[in-house]
Design a protein around this ligand. Structure first.
Ligand SMILES: Nc1ncnc2c1ncn2[C@@H]1O[C@H](COP(=O)(O)OP(=O)(O)OP(=O)(O)O)[C@@H](O)[C@H]1O
Ligand SMILES: [Mg+2]
Length: 646
């Protein structure tokens, strides 16, 4: 092989090497300012090999503008020092794409040792850089993410002891609330001793076995050091038979969900008509659980806005409640009394030192209360309705989270109290209207009965007298006269009867004279005559007086029940029982008709049913209307006797 062949072979070899490694080479001759690029370098710059002349200025023009001054400086320094150099530059290809090049080089010298130019190589590191950046980004994500990540190696899925820690991120330490330093390579039970017997080892082993993602919630209680925490855990397969665990601290979220659920329950209870203390008690318990380690109470202010009254204090010591109950509000009335007085929250951090607690310090001390936070409950029109109070056994200030939870509960309590007040007002109003109506009916009934009835009776007597006289006179002239008079007398009887009926329908006198049972019986007979539906009444109630409000209320409910049977039931028979039981009166009206549709019992348009329920409620009891088992409809009314007779 000739020397030329040899050189050609070496050059080819070099070109191939450059192409494979994406390394281009160059040489710059200072004397001629000619730069020689290898074929691969042309390609790296985005040009056909040897497609143009290269000068130093052209080289500079290829750089990203931001890099030009710096690279020029590097080159100048290299020439000046005459030493090897290295820098990174970014070049823009003709198609606009940017490549990152890693350049190393050194000066060339003549025989006398003077620098004649530079020689060097450029490696296209664009892809490498991109990969590095990606790795860096993933690293940043894993390090900074707020979800704990731990990677485990599972030696044998059937052997939980073979699960070993491979890697973890800082959030894993925060979530597990322990330092994981030095735990890489340790077994799961060494790293998290309390996980033994829990679901975590199984979760990891199962994912290692079948590669399917699994989820779980590490609920309170597993880790004795942190009893109140909830963690959400996700287990996922990783390449190489490893298993990743992502853990999120859901304590706050879970607590919030629980609080919301409890608030929801309270609103539902309230809407269902539960007593205010019960509904607010649910709310107080929920706030206690949310805040932890405290006791809560809701106090109401009397209508004059002067004295406090505990509505719900399920866990506050009774002695404390008794001590505060009925106390006046004012500028130094503990926390709640002061909060209501000022219409602003009062957070007493220490009752021992707080000037507002002077009068109640001893009471607080005796009942192990040291801190008390109170927020006033305001109505939508700004009236003070009451206060929410949170008592702590040790001195402490509320956290922003505590304050937020209290504010929520306070607003909700305000809605509940105000709504109930409005309901009570409406109920009182309707009771008032109803009693006026009942009085009016009674008056009209009496007037019709007495005035009209008496006048008609007098008329009838006159007719009788006239007819006797006429018979005596035995008038031959007018034979039609006696007949006429008989007709007048019959007509008068009928009018008297009609007047009686109208008067009874308005307000049956029997109700006032003979009592409820007699009135029901009378109404039942009327009903039978009108409808041909038979009506049987059983009762253990004698003719004792049950009080006008109770009698009238039950009677009106009974009337509506019978009217409904006549109008809707298509029944043949109605069974009625009126029973006096332990402290309560029970009325049951059961028909054997088509049965009431469930929608009708719930519908807000069923005004007749609403009226029955409302009357029962006004008497302190309840009315239930529903389809009876075995067909038909049953109306059941229970009212307490003690309250009703008053
Ligand atoms: N005994 C019954 N048997 C079958 N359906 C009944 C019975 N009582 C009530 N319903 C049904 O319940 C609905 C509501 O009754 P409700 O008394 O509230 O209204 P109403 O009788 O239709 O009108 P009103 O307001 O004049 O009383 C009725 O329309 C009827 O469909
Ligand atoms: Mg009706």
């Amino acid at each position: 092989m000739s020397d030329d062949d040899q050189i050609q072979r070496v050059e080819r070899l070099l070109a191939v090497t450059q192409q494979l490694t994406h390394i281009g080479s160059w040489q710059w001759d200072l004397a001629t300012n000619v730069v020689t690029w290898s074929d691969e370098l042309f390609r790296i710059y985005g040009y056909e090999p040897r497609s143009r002349e290269i000068t130093f200025e052209f080289f500079l023009s290829c750089l990203v503008p931001d890099d030009r001054a710096r690279v020029q400086g590097e080159v100048g320094a290299a020439l000046e020092r005459g030493e090897p150099f290295a820098y990174v530059e970014r070049v823009v290809r003709p198609d606009g794409s940017v490549r990152v090049l890693d350049t190393v080089g050194e000066p060339t010298r003549d025989a006398a040792g003077h620098v004649t130019g530079l020689i060097g190589t450029c490696r296209d590191v664009t892809e490498e850089r991109r990969r590095d950046e990606q790795i860096q980004l993933y690293g940043d994500i894993v390090r900074n993410m707020q979800i704990g990540i731990a990677v485990w190696e599972v030696g044998a899925p059937d052997d939980m002891k073979s699960i070993r820690l491979v890697a973890y991120n800082p959030a894993a330490e925060r979530v597990s609330r322990r330092s994981l330093e030095g735990t890489i390579g340790k077994s799961l039970f060494e790293v998290l001793p309390y996980s033994e017997g829990g679901f975590l080892p199984g979760l990891i082993a199962e994912v290692a076995r079948d590669g399917v993602v699994r989820e779980g919630a590490l609920d309170r209680g597993r880790n004795p050091e942190q009893p109140d925490r909830t963690l959400a855990v996700k287990s996922f397969p990783l390449p190489g038979g490893r298993v990743g665990i992502a853990v999120e601290d859901t304590t706050e979220k879970t607590k919030m969900v629980r609080l919301q659920a409890a608030e929801h329950r309270m609103l539902e209870r309230l809407a269902a008509g539960a007593p205010l203390p019960e509904a607010l008690g649910t709310l107080v318990s929920a706030v206690e659980e949310h805040l932890g380690g405290c006791r809560g109470a809701i106090l109401q202010l009397d209508p004059e806005g002067r004295y406090v009254h505990y509505v719900a204090a399920p866990n506050v010591p009774p002695a404390f409640v008794t001590g505060i109950e009925g106390q006046p509000v004012g500028p130094t009335s503990g926390s709640s009394g002061t909060a209501m007085h000022r219409r602003a929250p009062v957070y007493t951090i220490d009752t021992e030192t707080d000037p507002g607690w002077g009068d109640y310090r001893e009471l607080a001390r005796k009942n192990a209360i040291r801190a008390c936070w109170s927020t006033p409950i305001l109505a939508t029109d700004g009236r003070v309705l009451g206060a929410l109070a949170i008592y702590h056994p040790s001195a402490r200030a509320p956290s922003p989270g505590d304050i937020a939870a209290m504010d929520r509960a306070t607003r909700l309590a305000g809605l509940a109290i105000e709504r109930r007040q409005l309901e009570d007002q409406l109920r009182e109003l309707s009771a008032h209207v109803e009693s006026i109506r009942e009085d009016e009916r009674a008056t009209i009934a009496r007037e019709i009965h007495d005035d009209l009835g008496q006048a008609l009776t007098a008329l009838k007597l006159d007719i009788a007298w006239l007819s006797r006289r006429l018979a005596g006179a035995s008038s031959r002239d007018d034979v039609t006269m006696p007949e006429k008079l008989r007709a007048m007398s019959d007509m008068t009887d009928e009018v008297i009867e009609r007047v009686r009926r109208i008067s009874s329908e308005l307000r049956p006198g029997v109700l006032d004279d003979l009592g409820l049972l007699a009135a029901l019986e009378w109404q039942g007979q009327e009903f039978e005559q009108r409808t041909e539906v038979t009506c049987a009444i059983r009762s253990n109630v004698g003719d004792e007086q049950l009080g006008p409000a109770l009698s009238t209320g039950i009677f009106r409910i009974f009337q509506e029940a019978l009217t409904n049977v006549a109008r809707h039931a298509r029944a043949h028979h109605v069974d009625v029982t009126l029973e006096r039981g332990a402290g309560e009166l029970l009325l049951v009206v059961r028909d054997d008709g088509v049965g009431i549709a469930p929608e009708a019992t719930r519908s807000l348009r069923s005004l007749g049913l609403l009226g029955m329920r409302e009357r029962a409620r006004r008497l302190g009891g309840a009315a239930v209307v529903q389809a009876a088992q075995g067909g038909g409809t049953v109306v059941e009314v229970r009212v307490p006797l003690a309250q009703a007779t008053s």
